[in-house]
Design a protein around this ligand. Structure first.
Ligand code: ADP
Length: 225
């Protein structure tokens, strides 16, 4: 079943076109790695899918999925790591999408606790975010983005600035969310080359050379280049 379809979508800013004629079908339970050099349009694509920018041409179709029920984890650099808040407060803030009140409900708190448990970090809930290691912070931010969704997570370079052990742990966690909990994943990554990509599909953005398909097809293509 298709969750999101990009139909002949062109994205950009004012008159500056960044990505042209995208035809992409994001299926339920897909795990898609988005790769490409800096400036190739990875963030622009994410903004287009999140509805933060409107397509210049074509359309994005959401099948049974409300835009604000997509979980989104921005790059770590975009979150102030000295923010004086507890882990629970940070994770709870992820429930605001589905809340109509300025106060957190019991349901919001249960959702936050559920996701802390899901990622095995419940014991961190009363700690201050600034006292955590890089890997722990990323898991907290992942738990926050999960509070918005049980369907689709968009992760923008989640392993940025992590050491190799924490990177592996984070990727294992994301693979588990996809395989064991059926969550569809779209992940921008810069540190997985074609030999160690994870997931089932790749979207490679490279100026006018856009590839979308299985990892096997992508690897064959890279070897034939
Ligand atoms: P990536 O995420 O792959 O590094 P981006 O999507 O950030 O690439 O950028 C793609 C192109 O769009 C770049 O040429 C960049 O300068 C341009 N761009 C990004 N954001 C804006 C913006 N808000 N206004 C105008 N141009 C932008």
């Amino acid at each position: 079943m298709s969750l999101i379809e990009l139909k002949n979508v062109t994205l950009g800013y004012d008159k500056h076109i960044v990505l042209k004629h995208l035809n992409i079908n994001i299926e339920d339970k897909d795990f898609i790695c988005i790769v490409g050099p800096n400036g190739s349009g990875k963030s622009t694509l994410i903004k287009g899918i999140l509805g933060l920018i409107k397509p210049m041409k074509g359309k994005v179709v959401y099948n049974g999925l409300k835009q604000n029920f997509i979980g989104y984890m921005p790059q770590e650099t975009k979150v102030d790591s000295n923010f004086p808040a507890s882990v629970m407060e940070i994770v709870l803030s992820g429930t605001l999408n589905s809340s109509h009140s300025i106060f957190y409900t019991k349901e919001n708190k249960d959702t936050a606790l559920y996701n802390l448990r899901l990622l095995g970090i419940e014991k961190l809930k009363n700690k201050s975010f600034c006292d955590l290691s890089g890997g722990q912070r990323q898991k907290v931010l992942l738990a926050r983005s999960l509070c918005a969704t049980s369907k689709l997570l968009i992760l923008d370079e989640p392993s940025n600035n992590l050491d190799s052990k924490s990177k592996k742990e984070l990727y294992d966690t994301v693979v588990g969310l996809n395989k064991e909990h059926g969550i569809t994943i779209l992940m921008v990554t810069h540190d997985l080359d074609h030999n160690n990509l994870i997931g089932n599909k790749v979207l490679s953005l490279r100026e006018d050379d856009i590839f979308f398909g299985s990892i096997d097809e992508f690897v064959r293509r890279v070897h034939n280049d």
